[in-house]
Design a protein around this ligand. Structure first.
Ligand code: HEM
Length: 301
Protein backbone atom coordinates (compact mmCIF):
# COMPACT_ATOMS: atom_id res chain seq x y z
CA UNK A 1 0.00 0.00 0.00
CA UNK A 2 1.21 3.52 -0.75
CA UNK A 3 2.78 5.66 1.95
CA UNK A 4 0.79 8.70 0.81
CA UNK A 5 -2.44 6.70 0.98
CA UNK A 6 -1.64 5.48 4.50
CA UNK A 7 -0.76 9.00 5.61
CA UNK A 8 -4.00 10.49 4.24
CA UNK A 9 -6.18 7.78 5.73
CA UNK A 10 -4.46 8.11 9.14
CA UNK A 11 -5.10 11.87 8.97
CA UNK A 12 -8.83 11.60 8.14
CA UNK A 13 -9.33 8.83 10.72
CA UNK A 14 -8.58 11.47 13.37
CA UNK A 15 -11.79 13.33 12.38
CA UNK A 16 -14.37 10.73 13.39
CA UNK A 17 -12.37 7.83 14.83
CA UNK A 18 -12.05 4.23 13.64
CA UNK A 19 -15.20 2.31 12.76
CA UNK A 20 -14.24 -1.22 11.77
CA UNK A 21 -15.67 -2.39 8.47
CA UNK A 22 -16.65 1.16 7.42
CA UNK A 23 -15.20 3.65 4.97
CA UNK A 24 -12.84 6.12 6.67
CA UNK A 25 -14.99 8.93 5.24
CA UNK A 26 -18.51 8.65 3.81
CA UNK A 27 -19.11 5.81 6.27
CA UNK A 28 -22.91 5.99 6.11
CA UNK A 29 -24.54 5.33 2.81
CA UNK A 30 -27.02 3.38 0.79
CA UNK A 31 -27.03 1.87 -2.66
CA UNK A 32 -29.08 1.36 -5.79
CA UNK A 33 -28.78 -0.26 -9.16
CA UNK A 34 -30.05 1.06 -12.46
CA UNK A 35 -29.15 1.89 -16.03
CA UNK A 36 -27.35 4.67 -17.86
CA UNK A 37 -28.04 5.75 -21.44
CA UNK A 38 -25.56 8.04 -23.18
CA UNK A 39 -26.78 11.09 -25.11
CA UNK A 40 -25.74 11.72 -28.76
CA UNK A 41 -24.08 15.00 -27.67
CA UNK A 42 -21.59 12.99 -25.56
CA UNK A 43 -19.79 12.05 -28.77
CA UNK A 44 -18.79 15.73 -29.25
CA UNK A 45 -16.64 15.33 -26.13
CA UNK A 46 -15.62 11.69 -25.83
CA UNK A 47 -15.20 8.48 -27.76
CA UNK A 48 -15.75 6.42 -24.57
CA UNK A 49 -17.96 3.57 -25.71
CA UNK A 50 -20.02 3.62 -22.52
CA UNK A 51 -21.77 6.73 -23.86
CA UNK A 52 -22.64 5.13 -27.20
CA UNK A 53 -23.52 1.61 -26.15
CA UNK A 54 -27.22 2.01 -25.35
CA UNK A 55 -28.31 1.16 -21.80
CA UNK A 56 -25.44 0.02 -19.56
CA UNK A 57 -25.62 -1.36 -16.04
CA UNK A 58 -25.06 1.15 -13.22
CA UNK A 59 -24.31 0.73 -9.51
CA UNK A 60 -24.83 3.76 -7.31
CA UNK A 61 -23.92 4.59 -3.70
CA UNK A 62 -25.14 7.73 -1.92
CA UNK A 63 -23.44 8.77 1.30
CA UNK A 64 -22.86 11.37 4.00
CA UNK A 65 -19.28 12.63 4.13
CA UNK A 66 -18.59 12.01 7.83
CA UNK A 67 -16.62 8.97 9.00
CA UNK A 68 -19.16 8.12 11.75
CA UNK A 69 -21.64 5.55 10.37
CA UNK A 70 -24.20 6.41 13.10
CA UNK A 71 -24.31 10.17 12.61
CA UNK A 72 -27.84 11.53 12.00
CA UNK A 73 -28.67 12.49 8.41
CA UNK A 74 -29.98 15.92 9.48
CA UNK A 75 -26.57 17.09 10.73
CA UNK A 76 -24.47 19.32 8.45
CA UNK A 77 -22.37 17.34 5.98
CA UNK A 78 -21.28 17.06 2.36
CA UNK A 79 -23.24 14.35 0.53
CA UNK A 80 -21.67 11.91 -1.90
CA UNK A 81 -22.83 10.13 -5.03
CA UNK A 82 -20.63 7.36 -6.43
CA UNK A 83 -21.54 5.66 -9.69
CA UNK A 84 -20.07 2.72 -11.57
CA UNK A 85 -21.00 2.35 -15.23
CA UNK A 86 -20.18 -1.04 -16.71
CA UNK A 87 -19.54 -0.37 -20.40
CA UNK A 88 -18.22 -2.53 -23.21
CA UNK A 89 -14.64 -1.32 -22.60
CA UNK A 90 -14.60 -1.64 -18.83
CA UNK A 91 -15.89 0.14 -15.77
CA UNK A 92 -16.01 3.93 -15.40
CA UNK A 93 -16.33 5.32 -11.86
CA UNK A 94 -17.72 8.73 -10.92
CA UNK A 95 -17.20 9.86 -7.31
CA UNK A 96 -18.91 13.20 -6.73
CA UNK A 97 -19.86 15.56 -3.90
CA UNK A 98 -22.73 17.95 -3.21
CA UNK A 99 -20.14 20.76 -3.01
CA UNK A 100 -19.27 22.47 -6.31
CA UNK A 101 -15.58 22.97 -5.44
CA UNK A 102 -13.03 21.51 -3.00
CA UNK A 103 -11.30 23.16 -0.04
CA UNK A 104 -7.68 22.74 -1.11
CA UNK A 105 -5.52 22.15 -4.16
CA UNK A 106 -2.53 20.32 -2.69
CA UNK A 107 -1.98 17.30 -0.47
CA UNK A 108 -0.02 19.40 2.04
CA UNK A 109 -2.90 21.86 2.35
CA UNK A 110 -5.34 18.94 2.72
CA UNK A 111 -3.31 17.59 5.65
CA UNK A 112 -3.18 21.07 7.24
CA UNK A 113 -6.94 21.50 6.75
CA UNK A 114 -7.67 18.07 8.24
CA UNK A 115 -5.50 18.84 11.28
CA UNK A 116 -7.30 22.18 11.71
CA UNK A 117 -10.72 20.44 11.65
CA UNK A 118 -9.79 17.60 14.03
CA UNK A 119 -11.72 17.70 17.32
CA UNK A 120 -9.91 19.49 20.15
CA UNK A 121 -9.42 16.81 22.89
CA UNK A 122 -10.47 19.37 25.54
CA UNK A 123 -13.89 20.13 24.00
CA UNK A 124 -14.55 17.24 21.58
CA UNK A 125 -15.33 19.86 18.89
CA UNK A 126 -13.20 21.51 16.19
CA UNK A 127 -11.42 24.64 17.36
CA UNK A 128 -12.79 27.63 15.36
CA UNK A 129 -9.56 29.53 15.95
CA UNK A 130 -7.46 26.85 14.20
CA UNK A 131 -9.89 26.79 11.27
CA UNK A 132 -9.72 30.60 11.12
CA UNK A 133 -5.91 30.49 11.01
CA UNK A 134 -6.03 27.89 8.22
CA UNK A 135 -8.39 30.03 6.14
CA UNK A 136 -6.25 33.12 6.67
CA UNK A 137 -3.35 31.24 5.09
CA UNK A 138 -5.48 29.45 2.48
CA UNK A 139 -8.08 31.85 1.06
CA UNK A 140 -8.62 29.36 -1.80
CA UNK A 141 -10.68 27.35 0.74
CA UNK A 142 -13.33 30.09 1.02
CA UNK A 143 -15.68 29.13 -1.86
CA UNK A 144 -15.94 25.52 -0.60
CA UNK A 145 -16.28 26.63 3.04
CA UNK A 146 -19.04 29.08 2.14
CA UNK A 147 -20.89 26.40 0.14
CA UNK A 148 -20.48 23.95 2.98
CA UNK A 149 -21.63 26.37 5.72
CA UNK A 150 -24.69 27.49 3.74
CA UNK A 151 -25.81 23.95 2.76
CA UNK A 152 -29.17 22.89 4.25
CA UNK A 153 -30.19 19.23 4.82
CA UNK A 154 -31.29 17.68 1.51
CA UNK A 155 -34.92 16.56 1.15
CA UNK A 156 -33.60 13.33 -0.42
CA UNK A 157 -30.45 11.97 -1.98
CA UNK A 158 -32.37 12.13 -5.28
CA UNK A 159 -33.07 15.86 -4.94
CA UNK A 160 -29.44 16.94 -4.64
CA UNK A 161 -26.96 17.87 -7.40
CA UNK A 162 -23.51 16.28 -7.20
CA UNK A 163 -20.29 17.60 -8.74
CA UNK A 164 -17.18 15.79 -9.98
CA UNK A 165 -15.13 18.87 -8.95
CA UNK A 166 -11.92 17.76 -10.72
CA UNK A 167 -11.48 18.43 -14.41
CA UNK A 168 -11.04 15.26 -16.46
CA UNK A 169 -9.39 15.13 -19.90
CA UNK A 170 -11.95 13.92 -22.44
CA UNK A 171 -10.85 12.65 -25.88
CA UNK A 172 -13.09 12.40 -28.93
CA UNK A 173 -12.82 10.02 -31.89
CA UNK A 174 -10.31 12.38 -33.60
CA UNK A 175 -8.14 12.36 -30.46
CA UNK A 176 -9.03 15.99 -29.76
CA UNK A 177 -8.69 16.58 -26.01
CA UNK A 178 -10.75 18.95 -23.89
CA UNK A 179 -10.95 19.38 -20.13
CA UNK A 180 -14.40 19.26 -18.53
CA UNK A 181 -15.96 18.89 -15.10
CA UNK A 182 -19.04 16.68 -14.73
CA UNK A 183 -22.22 17.26 -12.74
CA UNK A 184 -25.11 14.92 -11.84
CA UNK A 185 -28.36 16.94 -11.93
CA UNK A 186 -31.48 15.45 -10.31
CA UNK A 187 -34.57 15.24 -12.55
CA UNK A 188 -36.60 16.06 -9.42
CA UNK A 189 -34.78 19.39 -9.05
CA UNK A 190 -32.89 20.44 -5.91
CA UNK A 191 -34.89 20.53 -2.67
CA UNK A 192 -33.75 21.16 0.89
CA UNK A 193 -35.33 21.04 4.36
CA UNK A 194 -35.00 23.20 7.45
CA UNK A 195 -32.85 21.65 10.21
CA UNK A 196 -36.03 21.15 12.25
CA UNK A 197 -37.89 19.37 9.42
CA UNK A 198 -34.91 17.08 8.77
CA UNK A 199 -34.43 16.20 12.46
CA UNK A 200 -38.14 15.32 12.74
CA UNK A 201 -37.76 12.73 9.96
CA UNK A 202 -35.41 10.58 12.06
CA UNK A 203 -31.67 9.83 11.93
CA UNK A 204 -31.74 7.73 8.76
CA UNK A 205 -34.32 9.57 6.65
CA UNK A 206 -32.09 9.88 3.58
CA UNK A 207 -31.54 6.11 3.30
CA UNK A 208 -35.20 5.44 4.08
CA UNK A 209 -36.47 7.92 1.49
CA UNK A 210 -34.38 6.33 -1.25
CA UNK A 211 -35.82 2.90 -0.41
CA UNK A 212 -39.39 4.25 -0.37
CA UNK A 213 -38.91 6.13 -3.61
CA UNK A 214 -37.54 3.16 -5.54
CA UNK A 215 -40.15 0.77 -4.09
CA UNK A 216 -42.80 2.62 -6.08
CA UNK A 217 -40.91 3.98 -9.12
CA UNK A 218 -37.61 5.23 -10.46
CA UNK A 219 -35.49 8.37 -10.04
CA UNK A 220 -33.28 10.03 -12.64
CA UNK A 221 -30.17 12.17 -12.94
CA UNK A 222 -28.76 13.92 -16.01
CA UNK A 223 -24.99 13.76 -16.45
CA UNK A 224 -23.72 17.13 -17.66
CA UNK A 225 -20.22 18.20 -18.71
CA UNK A 226 -18.99 21.77 -18.23
CA UNK A 227 -16.21 22.38 -20.74
CA UNK A 228 -13.18 24.40 -19.57
CA UNK A 229 -12.49 27.81 -21.05
CA UNK A 230 -8.93 28.54 -22.21
CA UNK A 231 -8.11 30.23 -18.90
CA UNK A 232 -9.65 27.64 -16.52
CA UNK A 233 -6.94 25.70 -14.69
CA UNK A 234 -7.77 21.98 -14.96
CA UNK A 235 -5.51 21.15 -12.03
CA UNK A 236 -7.20 23.42 -9.47
CA UNK A 237 -10.36 22.01 -7.82
CA UNK A 238 -10.87 25.07 -5.57
CA UNK A 239 -11.93 27.56 -8.25
CA UNK A 240 -15.51 27.65 -9.55
CA UNK A 241 -15.67 28.02 -13.36
CA UNK A 242 -17.78 30.86 -14.78
CA UNK A 243 -21.43 30.06 -15.60
CA UNK A 244 -20.97 30.87 -19.29
CA UNK A 245 -18.85 27.76 -19.97
CA UNK A 246 -20.44 25.48 -22.55
CA UNK A 247 -22.54 22.63 -21.18
CA UNK A 248 -23.06 19.25 -22.84
CA UNK A 249 -25.55 16.57 -21.83
CA UNK A 250 -23.72 13.25 -21.59
CA UNK A 251 -26.61 10.96 -20.67
CA UNK A 252 -29.32 9.93 -18.23
CA UNK A 253 -29.01 7.68 -15.20
CA UNK A 254 -32.14 5.86 -14.03
CA UNK A 255 -32.15 4.42 -10.52
CA UNK A 256 -34.36 1.35 -10.41
CA UNK A 257 -33.73 -0.83 -7.35
CA UNK A 258 -32.60 0.11 -3.84
CA UNK A 259 -29.93 -2.24 -2.52
CA UNK A 260 -29.47 -0.79 0.99
CA UNK A 261 -25.85 -1.11 2.07
CA UNK A 262 -25.08 -4.04 -0.28
CA UNK A 263 -22.80 -1.78 -2.31
CA UNK A 264 -20.56 -1.32 0.76
CA UNK A 265 -18.28 -4.07 -0.43
CA UNK A 266 -17.39 -1.98 -3.49
CA UNK A 267 -14.68 0.60 -3.93
CA UNK A 268 -15.34 3.60 -6.14
CA UNK A 269 -12.13 5.14 -7.48
CA UNK A 270 -12.22 8.54 -9.24
CA UNK A 271 -9.27 7.46 -11.42
CA UNK A 272 -10.93 4.26 -12.67
CA UNK A 273 -11.53 5.56 -16.19
CA UNK A 274 -11.88 4.13 -19.70
CA UNK A 275 -10.48 4.99 -23.14
CA UNK A 276 -11.78 8.48 -23.99
CA UNK A 277 -11.60 9.85 -20.41
CA UNK A 278 -8.33 10.56 -18.58
CA UNK A 279 -7.33 11.98 -15.20
CA UNK A 280 -5.96 15.53 -15.16
CA UNK A 281 -2.82 16.41 -13.21
CA UNK A 282 -4.94 17.65 -10.31
CA UNK A 283 -2.87 16.64 -7.27
CA UNK A 284 -5.94 15.97 -5.12
CA UNK A 285 -7.50 13.69 -7.74
CA UNK A 286 -4.33 11.59 -7.96
CA UNK A 287 -3.99 11.40 -4.16
CA UNK A 288 -7.59 10.28 -3.71
CA UNK A 289 -6.97 7.06 -5.63
CA UNK A 290 -4.22 6.12 -3.17
CA UNK A 291 -6.30 7.00 -0.09
CA UNK A 292 -9.34 5.04 -1.29
CA UNK A 293 -7.23 1.92 -1.91
CA UNK A 294 -5.87 2.08 1.66
CA UNK A 295 -9.30 2.76 3.17
CA UNK A 296 -10.73 -0.17 1.22
CA UNK A 297 -7.92 -2.45 2.36
CA UNK A 298 -8.48 -1.47 6.02
CA UNK A 299 -12.26 -1.86 5.95
CA UNK A 300 -12.18 -5.21 4.21
CA UNK A 301 -9.43 -6.86 6.28
C1 HEM B 1 -7.30 14.52 -0.69
C2 HEM B 1 -8.64 14.63 -0.66
C3 HEM B 1 -9.52 13.49 -0.27
C4 HEM B 1 -9.25 12.42 0.54
C5 HEM B 1 -7.97 12.11 1.30
C6 HEM B 1 -10.46 11.59 0.56
C7 HEM B 1 -10.57 10.43 1.27
C8 HEM B 1 -11.63 9.54 1.19
C9 HEM B 1 -11.66 8.20 1.75
C10 HEM B 1 -10.54 7.59 2.58
C11 HEM B 1 -12.85 7.64 1.43
C12 HEM B 1 -13.33 6.21 1.76
C13 HEM B 1 -12.96 5.30 0.57
C14 HEM B 1 -13.38 3.87 0.71
O1 HEM B 1 -13.23 3.27 1.79
O2 HEM B 1 -13.85 3.30 -0.30
C15 HEM B 1 -13.59 8.61 0.64
C16 HEM B 1 -14.82 8.41 0.11
C17 HEM B 1 -15.46 9.30 -0.71
N1 HEM B 1 -14.99 10.51 -1.17
FE1 HEM B 1 -13.21 11.32 -0.74
N2 HEM B 1 -11.41 12.17 -0.24
C18 HEM B 1 -10.89 13.33 -0.77
C19 HEM B 1 -11.50 14.19 -1.64
C20 HEM B 1 -12.74 14.00 -2.21
C21 HEM B 1 -13.31 14.80 -3.26
C22 HEM B 1 -12.62 16.01 -3.92
C23 HEM B 1 -14.54 14.24 -3.56
C24 HEM B 1 -15.53 14.63 -4.61
C25 HEM B 1 -15.22 15.19 -5.76
C26 HEM B 1 -14.72 13.09 -2.68
C27 HEM B 1 -15.84 12.27 -2.66
C28 HEM B 1 -15.94 11.08 -1.98
C29 HEM B 1 -17.11 10.21 -2.02
C30 HEM B 1 -18.40 10.45 -2.78
C31 HEM B 1 -16.80 9.09 -1.25
C32 HEM B 1 -17.69 7.88 -0.99
C33 HEM B 1 -17.46 6.85 -2.10
C34 HEM B 1 -18.27 5.60 -1.89
O3 HEM B 1 -19.49 5.69 -1.73
O4 HEM B 1 -17.67 4.51 -1.92
N3 HEM B 1 -13.62 12.97 -1.89
N4 HEM B 1 -12.83 9.76 0.49
Amino acid sequence: MSELGEHLVDAVTALAGRHPGCRTLHAKGTGATGTFVGAPEARDLTRASVFAAGPVEATIRFSNGNGDPDRADALPDGRGMAVKLRGPDGTLDFVALSLPVFFVRTVDAFLEFTAARAPDPATGAPDPERIGLFVAEHPEALPALEASLSARPPAAYTSTAYHGIHALRWLDAQDQARFARYHWLPADGEHVLTDHEAAALGPDYLCERLGERLASGTAQFTLQAQVAGWDDDPTDPTVPWPDDRSLLTLGTLTLETATGDASDTLVFDPTRLVDGVEASDDEILRARAEAYAVSYERRSS
